[in-house]
Structure formats: structure tokens, C-alpha cells
Design a protein around this ligand. Structure first.
Ligand code: NAP
Length: 347
């Protein structure tokens, strides 16, 4: 099979580097174009990007010249890891010029004509694309993935939908890599915890209802979500404690079976980066932990543990996912794989 050429907008940043790394040796996609700000334009990627991943920079991109983010220059398919300050207008301009943009930024997530996609949960939301094209007049498209905490929460809630989700109270413990580089000053975070992440609680509370909603997310799910967000001195991996109220009378064993039997569209289609299992239910009393469990399933799986009944709501558990993989670049790549498999619209 001939690989599909793809580009990366914001290729030099934390999430951009994850794209470049995870697309190396991808069976369907080939990184052909890298773009970033004027600061990086014209430099070789190895010079423009301060590489911060533990795996080496792929040889194939070291000598690629970084371009400016100008629509029409790159391939049809572009992954966007642009800073939110510029992503809104830039991604729209790319979609207008015929590119299919797989966006990580927050800017377009809540647009009623733009899918906020988690392939295991709401692959049917891709049906919005026909109306998006008609109403917005774009020859391309924008598809987004959720905030890095939201995706962990919705993956953990999805198996419980069969019991009727009523409400959830969550507290996050979020890694510093979620704030980009250089991110939170070391003096603020070392030996400390910061009980505030700007805009994060609202994103979790609203994005969850769109993803679990119907009619492409335009009819929101009726559950109520209350989120507390905290930054902790962890490098990678967002952990959260979740208490959830369900409508049906369910036993702990029913919930356990729901987690263990959870299979989504990516697993059915055997997409190249689909984690199997999508959710790992752990029995140890002290897992999941970010240092030990974030990379499970290539960073694409969500780990759930400490499942037990809740004396206030119905059930409670801990959930963990890799914030720059499942919460960013890996999620966009899985979205692209789903679009290629279901719609054949990328080539
Ligand atoms: P980052 O490390 O700060 O990288 C930002 C990227 O945007 C860089 O490549 C930068 O290029 C580029 N950029 C900045 N201003 C630009 C401009 N005016 N024109 C063109 N390119 C410009 O940020 P990040 O952590 O990778 O996050 C990227 C996006 O993903 C953000 O929207 C963020 O909210 C979202 N996100 C991040 C995470 C996470 O865990 N980190 C998770 C989910 C979503 P230069 O290097 O040339 O300046």
C-alpha cells in the first residue's frame, strides 16, 4: 500500500514531537512536511526542535526544512499541535484551502459542526463532516480530539453508559508535560501541588457531555460532571479519582465485567494504533500509577483500578492515561486511522 503523505503544524513543540515520533514507521502515513512559527521557519528540524522525548529523533525528519504554517503548501492531511493562541484561525484557513486538519487545540472542540472524536466512543459523530462542509463552505475539514484529562475520563465512563450515567465527581492529578515546554516553573511544582489549571475544569465538564451526546454531540448528554483539577510533579500521565452515580441498580461485578468487556470501533477494525485492551482493569490495591502504567498499550490505553462501591454515589475508581499520547498526538493519529478506514477520505 502506498503511504499517505501527512504534515504536522506546530511540529517543534511537545505534542508536535510526539506526532513526529509516533508517525515514524506508521503503516499508513508518511511525514512529508513540518511547519511551525516564524522562529523556526527555514531551519532544519533538528535545529528548530529542542527534542525532549526519550526516543531519538527519527532520521527521516532531521534534515527536513521547517516551513511556515501557510495553507496550500503541505499535504492534504495535516495534524495540528499548534499553540491555542494561533490554532483557531490557522486551522480554519487550512480547512478552507482543502486540508483535512486533525486538531489537538481547544479552539474548535465545542463547535457544533466539528466532531470531538474519541474513536472507541463516538465514531458516528463523523457524520457531522458532510454538514460541516456544506455550512462552512470548506473543501477540507477539521476534526478534533479532547482535552488530555477529558479523554481519560470519557474512556473510563464509556463502559458504564449501559447503566445510565447520572453524575460524576472527579479530581485530577495532572502531569507537567500537559502544560507544554517549559511549562510550570520548577520552583512552583517541585515538592508541591498546584490546585488550579486555568480553564481545565470547564473543558472536562463540557467536552465530556458533547462526546457522550447524540446527533454528533449537538444533543448533550444529560449527566452532570463536577471536576477538580490539580497539577502535580509527575512528568507524564494524568491520574484521576472518579466517583460516579448510575441510574440502574448495578452490582460491582456488573461494572467489573463492563470494563473488562469494553471494545470500541478501533479494536473491531484493528486500526494500527488501537490499544487492545482499550481499558485495562487492574486489581492491585496501589495501581494504576503514572510512572509504571502510562505507557500501557503504547500510551493509548486507559488504566482503571481501585474499583469499589461509593458510600455517596454508586461506584468509585482511579483512572490513568498518557496525556501527550492518548491525550494528544496518539488520539489525533487514531482519529485519522478511523477516518481512513471508515470514510476513505484522506488519500
Ligand atoms: P508547545 O510545546 O508550546 O508547542 C507549540 C507549537 O506551536 C510549536 O511548534 C510552536 O512553534 C508553534 N507555534 C507557536 N506560535 C506559532 C505561530 N504564531 N505560528 C505558527 N506556529 C506557532 O505546546 P504543546 O504542549 O505541544 O501543545 C500544542 C497544542 O496541543 C496546544 O494547543 C495545547 O493546548 C494542545 N494540547 C497539549 C497537550 C499536552 O499534554 N501538552 C495535550 C492536549 C492538547 P515554534 O517552536 O516555532 O515556536
Amino acid at each position: 500500500m502506498t503511504k499517505i503523505d501527512v504534515g504536522v503544524l506546530g511540529a517543534t513543540g511537545m505534542v508536535g514531537q510526539q506526532f513526529v515520533s509516533r508517525l515514524e514507521n506508521h503503516p499508513w502515513f508518511n511525514v512529508a512536511w513540518l511547519a511551525a512559527s516564524e522562529r523556526s521557519e527555514g531551519k532544519q528540524y533538528a535545529d528548530a526542535s529542542a527534542w525532549r522525548l526519550p526516543t531519538p529523533m527519527p532520521d527521516a525528519v532531521r534534515h527536513l526544512t521547517v516551513d511556515a504554517c501557510i495553507p496550500g503548501r503541505g499535504p492534504k492531511v495535516v495534524f495540528s499541535a499548534l499553540d491555542a493562541g494561533v490554532a483557531g484561525e490557522a486551522e480554519e484557513a487550512f480547512a478552507r484551502a482543502g486540508h483535512i486538519v486533525l486538531s489537538n487545540a481547544r479552539n474548535h472542540r465545542m463547535d457544533p459542526l466539528i466532531p470531538l472524536l474519541v474513536p472507541e466512543i463516538n465514531s458516528d459523530h463523523l457524520s457531522l463532516l458532510a454538514e460541516q462542509r456544506r455550512v462552512k463552505g470548506w473543501s477540507g475539514a477539521i476534526v478534533t480530539n479532547p482535552n488530555c484529562s477529558t479523554v481519560v475520563l470519557v474512556m473510563a465512563l464509556a463502559p458504564l453508559q449501559r447503566f445510565g450515567l447520572k453524575s460524576a465527581v472527579i479530581s485530577t492529578m495532572q502531569a507537567v508535560s500537559g502544560a507544554g515546554y517549559p511549562g510550570v516553573p520548577s520552583y512552583d511544582i517541585l515538592g508541591n501541588l498546584v490546585p488550579y489549571i486555568g480553564g481545565e475544569e470547564e473543558k472536562i465538564e463540557t467536552e465530556t457531555l458533547k462526546i457522550l451526546g447524540s446527533d454528533g454531540g449537538r444533543t448533550r448528554h444529560t449527566m452532570v460532571v463536577s471536576a477538580h483539577t490539580n497539577r502535580v510533579p509527575v512528568i507524564d500521565g494524568h491520574t484521576m479519582t472518579v466517583s460516579v452515580q448510575v441510574e440502574a441498580k448495578a452490582e460491582l461485578d456488573d461494572v467489573r465485567a463492563a470494563f473488562q468487556g469494553f471494545v470500541g470501533r478501533p479494536q473491531e477494525l484493528k486500526l494500527p494504533t488501537a490499544p487492545i485492551p482499550a481499558i485495562l482493569l487492574r486489581d492491585e490495591p496501589n495501581r494504576p500509577q503514572p510512572r509504571l502504567d502510562s505507557d500501557f498499550g503504547g500510551g493509548m490505553a486507559v488504566s482503571v483500578g481501585r474499583l469499589r462501591t461509593c458510600p455517596v454515589l454508586s461506584f468509585r475508581f482511579v483512572a490513568l492515561g498518557h496525556n501527550t499520547v492518548r491525550g494528544a498526538a496518539g488520539a489525533s493519529i487514531l482519529n485519522a486511522e478511523l477516518m481512513h478506514a471508515e470514510l476513505q477520505c484522506l488519500s
